[in-house]
Ligand binder design. Structure first.
Ligand code: NAD
Ligand code: LMR
Length: 314
């Protein structure tokens, strides 16, 4: 009892700060929307990541409880919780990487675009905070519709005069891990050996798996994904942190500012480095089926991007 009463007192904060200052080297990571279906398992998995020294958990509800729970894990990262808008700036100050799964998920019968009206405003507010408090942070944007929220974030950052396209990445990793899993199942392979590039965007026909480029070569549930998304988000965040550390050859798919097509944003493979997405790869050879898919994807993507841009410029 004595031990726990000490741990629950303010001394835990002091010990945590000591560890953050003198302790394990690593990066400072904030999760915005940390009490949600994705946020909670994502926070747990980031607490287990040895590249993370400080983990800030921000939400408009339940952040203190989730923080207390996660903080009892005996791994290196120091965890701090932040509740509600007045604490947003403290949550963001000094962060190297900000992961955003904040916002509403869709319900059966909805498209991702149906979330625009609520999530656009949430993403705008959070990105205004990032522009002010950690303008150099890498941003991993998960909130849907990604095809519009990434352009919204870009417009907010442009307005604030700190936009760096390399540092803003829409997370499409869930499409890649799903495609890898499905293809592995069909081919009877270990999914870890499969690499399916998924390009375009993250909604309906804009999700374009390039099965012709699969390596090795080959040919109901009503809610929104949370556990596999948390896994995907951690996979992507870990790749971003390895890039920040200076590791060579870190390549993942992401929805980024791009010149690969005539559209201003597009998901392809990118090389992650100290500055974020340092190289955006071309699509590579497409088969006839993929070329048709690409045209459909571009049409829908163009409208979603424009919708995001107009939300801020209007
Ligand atoms: P959820 O409702 O379980 O959690 C969302 C969390 O965001 C909640 O805790 C909520 O309190 C918080 N939140 C709401 N407004 C906020 C604000 N202004 N600031 C900070 N936090 C706020 O939803 P979920 O299942 O975790 O999904 C979150 C988002 O991620 C949805 O938009 C969903 O569509 C999207 N998503 C994206 C992908 C992808 O591949 N990119 C995959 C799955 C889900
Ligand atoms: C997904 O791909 O599972 C997410 O974008 C959530 C959703 O609404 O489908």
């Amino acid at each position: 009892f004595h031990l726990f009463s000490i741990m629950e007192g303010s001394s835990i904060l002091r010990r945590a700060d000591c560890r953050a200052k003198g302790g394990a080297p690593g990066f400072k990571v904030a999760i915005l929307g940390a009490a949600g279906g994705i946020g909670q398992p994502l926070a747990m998995l980031m607490k287990m990541n040895p590249l993370v020294s400080v983990l800030h958990l921000y939400d408009v509800v339940n952040a203190p409880g989730v923080t207390a729970d996660i903080s009892h894990m005996d791994t290196g990262a120091v965890v701090r919780g932040f509740l509600g808008q007045p604490q947003l700036e403290n949550a963001l100050t000094g962060m190297d990487l900000v992961i955003i799964p904040a916002g509403v998920p869709r319900k059966p019968g909805m498209t991702r675009d149906d979330l625009f009206n609520i999530n656009a405003g949430i993403v705008r507010t959070l990105c205004e905070g990032i522009a002010k408090c950690c303008p150099k942070a890498i941003v991993n944007l998960i909130s849907n519709p990604v095809n519009s929220t990434v352009p919204i974030a870009a417009e907010v950052f442009k307005k604030a005069g700190m936009y760096d396209p390399k540092r803003l990445l829409g997370v499409t990793t869930l499409d890649v891990v799903r495609a890898n899993t499905f293809v592995a199942e069909v081919l009877g392979l270990d999914p870890r050996q499969v690499d399916v590039p998924v390009v375009g965007g993250h909604a309906g026909v804009t999700i374009l798996p390039l099965l012709s480029q699969v390596k090795p070569p080959c040919k109901s549930w009503t809610g929104s994904a949370t556990l596999s998304m948390a896994y995907a988000a951690v996979k992507f965040a870990d790749a971003c942190l390895r890039g920040l550390r200076g590791d060579a050859g870190v390549v993942e798919c992401a929805f980024v500012a791009s010149e690969v097509t005539e559209l201003p944003f597009f998901a392809t493979k990118v090389r992650l480095g100290r500055n974020g997405a340092e190289e955006v790869y071309q699509l590579g050879p497409l088969n006839e089926y993929e070329r048709i898919g690409l045209e459909k994807a571009k049409k829908e993507l163009e409208a979603s991007i424009q919708k995001g841009v107009s939300f801020i410029r209007k």
